[in-house]
Design a binder for this molecule. Structure first.
Ligand code: SAM
Length: 307
């Protein structure tokens, strides 16, 4: 394997303080990525089931853990975390009774979105300068709708919903018209083509953006393609079904829509007496962390425990 720049784990210290990894505990890392967080759990003696829908990241994480000599307490699982309950019943519950009889799952950890290598990769469609693809599926084997399909076939009204409600893009009507004009001439097939249309729109409208102008639209397309809001909502419900009293759930999100889902879930189920909040407000990265790792700038961490 060529040299990999591993994803830098976000809000790591804050995660360790809340989840309190200790020898003999068992965690599910629902978004394994490059195992940045999981490695710290494993070093402290935790058994970890690491889930990722992306086979490449699962391989990278598994080999990284092996090289560090931490494989003994680690089980990789290729799946979408939206199947959490099924995964727990088929791969964890029965296995645990045989191998680690000391209890159930103590914590489930979510670090949503993409790892840095996925964002930069040149043939997955996630990147602004990808000149090969506008795909954006986490798992092309199980998913059918791509970002290319959405951009080239959705009607104005469908794109308007996505661009305003999720991306909260200003002047989206004008931008959508530009996209529709462009696709009439020839299909928009790459991240580069789409990001250039957005850049051009920003320039013509004299719009200023601290981050790359295409960031919001790309993130939104990824969220829609991978049904990220629906999956998060349904998976949080599943955590209550499979976890024992005092088990913890911690979510790091990067989009206001995701954070709203977590916040509302915590509010509703706290009122029902099913869970207890562990974070009064969302926890965000310090200035230093943002300086060292700009990807952490929009991260919000919330956690709760099961009653
Ligand atoms: C931000 S990265 C996690 C980084 C990791 N905590 C680290 O420090 O290396 C998110 C990972 O979750 C995976 N992922 C995102 N949504 C998923 C889902 N619904 N099911 C399974 N894996 C998912 C992505 O493929 C990616 O590898």
């Amino acid at each position: 394997m060529s040299k990999i720049n591993f994803h830098i784990p976000v809000l790591l210290q804050e995660t360790l303080e809340i989840l309190d990894p200790q020898s003999g505990k068992t965690f599910i890392d629902a978004t394994l990525g490059h195992a940045g967080h999981t490695i710290e759990f494993l070093k402290r003696g935790v058994f970890v089931y690491g889930i990722d829908a992306d086979s490449k990241n699962l391989k990278i994480a598994t080999s990284r853990i092996k090289k560090l000599g931490l494989s003994k307490n680690f089980t990789p699982i290729k799946n979408n975390f939206s199947n959490l309950e099924k995964i727990y019943k088929s791969k964890i519950k029965n296995k645990r009774q045989r191998s680690h009889p000391q209890g159930d799952i103590d914590a489930i950890f979510f670090d949503l979105g993409l790892s840095s290598n996925q964002q930069k990769s040149k043939n997955r469609g996630f990147s602004f300068d990808d000149d090969q693809s506008l795909d954006m599926r986490l798992n092309p084997k199980t998913q059918t709708i791509t970002a290319e399909h959405i951009i080239n076939t959705y009607h104005f009204d469908q794109l308007y919903q996505i661009f305003t409600k999720i991306a909260q893009e200003k002047y989206s009507k004008i931008l959508i018209k530009k996209i529709i004009d462009a696709r009439k001439k020839s299909p928009i097939k790459t991240g580069l083509q789409l990001s250039q249309i957005i850049l051009d729109h920003y320039k013509k409208k004299n719009l200023y953006s601290k981050i790359h102008p295409a960031t919001k639209i790309f993130m939104t397309l990824r969220i829609v393609v991978n049904q990220e809001f629906e999956n998060l909502d349904s998976t949080l419900k599943q955590t209550i079904k499979i976890l024992k009293t005092n088990a913890k759930v911690l979510v790091i999100s990067f989009h206001s829509g995701e954070d709203r889902i977590v916040k509302q879930f915590i509010k509703k189920h706290s009122l029902l007496g099913k869970i207890t909040k562990l974070t009064k407000k969302s926890i965000q990265a310090t200035k230093k962390e943002i300086r060292d790792n700009p990807l952490s700038r929009s991260a919000k961490l919330r956690a709760f425990k099961i009653n």
